[in-house]
Design a protein around this ligand. Structure first.
Ligand SMILES: Nc1ccn([C@@H]2O[C@H](COP(=O)(O)OP(=O)(O)OP(=O)(O)O)[C@@H](O)[C@H]2O)c(=O)n1
Ligand SMILES: C[C@](O)(CO)[C@H](O)COP(=O)(O)O
Length: 370
């Protein structure tokens, strides 16, 4: 049977308190919306409806357009989660629908598949996890009792439904529920569950964002090469007409080499000399792009992925300012993560002061792959 995903992303993110819709908050250089679209992409539904914050629909539309390859629609959200689900459902013409919180942006594809499989025998299936705290029932400041936690589960998303049943339940409902499974139960349907995932934790508060920034490592790298007097300068994987190339075992691209060293340093894998030194003739004359790609393979094999790189160029020439954006775009595309470029001179001091060479310093941030 065909299956749609309704991705609800219209919330204000008030508990996060960052003053913008939660789906537009960035984690490791990507918005929560983009992360959640990656999860949906690996599931590959027949149809995707994204429910956007009502004040920011064009921005949501552009983000989805740029990061989702399949067929999709974007609709504005309502003032409650249930209202947002109702808006999204209007466009669903698939037999099954999975309603997913964008805020659970790291949900593995297996959970989507397990929920979909459960719908073969049940009108409503949710992922849920066992509760690890002891749960108390309270009134005011008094504890009234202790729940039997073996009988409790924490509900997650995606929650799966036969579309016609969910549409009817929403149309008839006079109450607002915090999830669609509760709404379906109030309409008399049975609800079953499959095991959810700890990776599906909902980003709700600043502490939840903090948890995602652990398992990160920073690294630093620097490099300097002198001008050779002939050829054309290659720096930051761009050609600079009118300036001579830099000397080196490779193409002398100080920016690319500083980036390589920063990534290797962050991964604890040594430096450019220990990995691609003069004892490796295949790297003689190699471009910065070759070193950067080989380094990305090394850090990936050691279990890390790149979050971002910051570079500062130290040189009298070339003047970086006029081509800074071009440099950032070229390098970001090569490494698949944001690269920011700054530049300075040495105030007339040292070998860089009389335009004899180009130095660069870089820092890199890596995170362990989840
Ligand atoms: N009117 C709303 C409210 C919530 N949601 C979505 O429902 C999911 C779960 O909601 P929650 O975590 O509560 O998000 P927010 O409403 O943004 O958070 P807060 O309550 O702190 O404002 C989120 O993906 C959120 O974008 C929605 O689409 N429309
Ligand atoms: C749907 C949900 O994520 C299941 O746990 C939850 O009910 C959403 O609640 P919120 O108050 O809108 O965050």
């Amino acid at each position: 049977m065909s299956v749609a995903v309704v991705l609800v992303a219209a919330g204000n993110g008030e508990r996060l308190g960052l003053g913008l819709p939660k789906a537009l908050v960035q984690i490791d250089g990507k918005t929560i919306l983009e992360h959640s679209l990656e999860a949906v992409s690996s599931f590959q539904p027949n149809q995707l409806v994204v429910v956007a914050h009502e004040d920011r629909v064009p921005e949501f539309q552009e983000l989805v357009q740029n990061s989702y390859a399949g067929k999709f629609s974007v609709v504005p959200g309502g003032s409650s989660r249930q209202g947002s689900v109702a808006n999204g459902l209007q466009l669903v013409d698939s037999a099954l629908v999975l309603v997913h919180d964008a805020a659970r942006c790291f949900t593995p594809a297996e959970v989507f598949h397990a929920v979909q499989a459960g719908l073969e025998t049940s009108p409503c299936v949710i992922p849920a996890l066992a509760v690890t705290d002891t749960i108390k029932r309270v009134s005011g400041d008094q504890v009234l009792g202790t729940e039997d936690r073996d009988q409790l589960r924490a509900a997650q998303t995606p929650q799966g439904f036969h579309t016609n049943l969910l549409k009817a339940a929403i149309a008839q409902s006079t109450e607002v529920f915090t999830d669609e499974a509760a709404l379906m139960q109030s309409a008399g349907h049975s609800v079953s569950f499959v095991t959810g995932s700890p990776l599906s934790k909902k980003i709700t508060t600043i502490a939840d964002l903090g948890e995602r920034t652990t398992n990160q490592r920073t690294g630093i790298g620097s490099d300097a090469h002198k001008f050779s007097g002939d050829g054309t300068l290659v720096l930051g994987c761009l050609s600079w007409e009118g300036l001579p190339k830099l000397e080196g075992h490779s193409d002398g691209d100080s920016i690319a080499h500083a980036m390589v060293d920063a990534m290797l340093s962050a991964a604890g894998l040594g430096d450019i000399g220990t990995n691609f030194g003069v004892d490796r003739p295949e790297y003689s004359g190699a471009s910065g792009e070759v070193f950067l790609s080989a380094t990305l393979d090394l850090i990936s094999a050691s279990g890390y992925e790149l979050v971002n790189i910051a570079v500062q160029v130290v040189a009298d020439r070339p003047k970086i300012g006029p081509r800074r954006l071009e440099l950032e775009q070229r390098l970001s595309r090569i490494v698949g993560a944001p690269v920011s470029i700054g530049a300075t001179t040495t105030d007339g001091l040292g070998f860089l002061s009389d335009s004899r060479g180009v130095a660069a310093v870089a820092t890199a941030l890596l995170r362990a792959r989840g």
